[in-house]
Ligand binder design. Sequence first.
Ligand code: GLC
Length: 784
Amino acid sequence: MLEDTSFAIHPGQQKQNGQDGYKAIGPIVSYKKEGNLFNGTTENGELAIAFKREDIVHIEMNPFGKATLPKSPAIIVSEKDIDFKIDESNHSITLSTGALTVVIQKDPLLINILDGKGEVLVQESKSGMAYKETREVICYKEMEENDHFYGFGEKTGFLDKRGEKMVMWNSDVYAPHNPETDSLYESIPFFTTLRDGKAFGIFFDNTFKTTFDLRSETDRYSFGSEGGTINYYVFAGPTMKNVLEQYTYVTGRSPIPPKWSIGYHQSRYSYESEQEVRELVKLFKEKNIPIDVVHLDIHYMEGYRVFTFDKNRFPNPKQLIQDLKEQGIHVVPIVDPGVKEDSEYPIYQEGVRNDLFCKYIEGNIYFGEVWPGNSAFPDFTSENVRKWWGEKHEFYTDLGIEGIWNDMNEPAVFNETKTMDLKVIHDNDGNPKSHRELHNIYGLLMGKSTYEGMKDQLSGKRPFLLTRAGYSGVQRYAAVWTGDNRSFWEHLQMAIPMVMNLGVSGVPFAGPDVGGFAHDSNGELLARWTQVGALTPFFRNHSALGFVRQEPWSFGEKYEEVVRKYIQLRYQWLPQLYTLFKEASQSGLPVMRPLVMEYPNDENTVNLYDQFMIGDNVIVAPIVKPTDEYRVVYLPEGTWYDFWTGEVLEGGKRHLIHAPLDKLPIYVLAGTAIAQGNVRMSTEEKEATRTVHLYYSNNSEYTFTMYEDDGSTFAFENGEYLDMAFTITQKDGSIQMTSERSGSFKPEWESFHLVLHGAQEHVKIEFDGVLLEEQEKGKYSLKM
Ligand code: GLC
């Protein structure tokens, strides 16, 4: 292709300046406040503003018609808006709630947003909002010198997105994910700005192709779209954590996953037969490597027809699934949206007969080429279709399957545009719209259909869903993996900021293909990647056909040893991770987070992309370069303990760390605690011992929480959980702990211990007013 040669930079190819041909929406000519809604008319359009909460405002500027504050399927917050105060001066109209103030400058129309203290958060830049008759819309905001930007979902590159230009258009990108690869599988048009340690957020809820330009100018940025309106939310912050709570209040939070889904997953494109799967599992058991999930990629199906099993390769799937379950292993099959065009195939027949596929306006079905060949695509924008598809999953649940892997749901199609014809008209529950407008939500709605269908059929058990494509709100249904990466060290490096940015975009359950999907992996890369995977929220080793195998034992004893150690470590850390997943379900906070979220005033953290935190007190600093055994680790203020050796490191500075192949550097903040369980071969095995590790400090106070439930049902919604909050005060060599418990769940542990790390001498520990007896050095027994 000519675009792949120097022709791409031919002088004649230069595009026009992006701002040409844009027209301003014009000054305010009139306005009214009706109930809790502000409506304004401008010279060339309309403006509407409502407050979802004191700290959340929804704004729409529409140059083409009525401003109605539209809501995409990302939004779950109710219709009810709250009241606000309105004032007018000669030049402006001011709306305020106490936590937010919106100042509407009348001419030229500019909308500025201030926090409760009157400090400017969002300031519109000179041309404010503008549009083209061809329906493009854009708006410009000032960018301060110290602004840093986080979020934007699944993007390549580093942590801070200042200086990037990003397009949201769900895309199947098998070609390498480069720093310049822009659109990937997920579109999350939401970001947080951090300015001098304080944060606020913006969510541009527009499902068309949108562009965020933080690159072209140094003092302002823009976001815009090729259709729709400037329809956005501003979240007041003032911390990054507050912004996430606010954003996920509007778009929803991730449900507590079934415990098995946060164990180790093994995948391959593909394990092609029942026998291969059984042998795989046998090897895991023989080699003492824990495993909870085996994925079945497209070869399990009959000619890639979804809702089928190939009779020759998998003669008795029910038996296989049951046998594996007895060994503590769940099977997760892949389900793509493309339904093979085959008049003898029941799913295709039902889809055609009941009018369930995506169609052109003329009424003919859209067909596209995917794995099964020519295929039709369910129209997930219709409730009717979502219900049908969801119910079809009975095929899987009847076999004992509790988890599904949705792929190719951008939707991907093997053609030049990589997707469905943009002219397709979706039903959209009776409000027909083009694929051009709804493309970015196709995967989200497939996820909704699958998750809800599975939930209905699992009789009270929690389903697990993994998805490749999505839009804001995807966290309500699915975990996200970052698609077709490669076995490159660069992709291991990139996975870290990618998963962190997904986390600060409201998606806590995410992870890359460990070891790399395409290209040939190698022992050292797999070992280092498994170390990272052991503590990323989603942990799956997956690789593509045609490349070397990368199961834990594929590269010899030396590497197998390391991989085993870190998969085992994952199981030790599950109690800690599970509590963080529960927190994510309530507050939207990510399990794996950038240091800047916990240390926003520390300049050293703003673009720190090769270290991450688990919760608020653990720093992980993996080695992500070949042959390297040393790296620089930045530890923020405080005292930190090496998780492995107990060595004390002072924070507020960088350390040169030695990390030979079998060491993943992990640091725990003094004064805090973590929960650990015993190594198990799968989460179905009993957790016999629970230990709280407490890290000594001579002056600290910390609230440590630990959450438990049955790990598999929704009984926690009826009080069957155990939430323990320990307040730990350490002062002058003595420790006071008080506990508060709620919920009626009785955990299965036979022993419950406290281990104190780092104290030089005997330390008195009082637990709920009773002195704890030291059993052996630093080890105390706790009562449930
Ligand atoms: C896509 C997926 C990959 C999968 C393959 C075959 O490339 O991203 O994970 O293995 O399709 O289904």
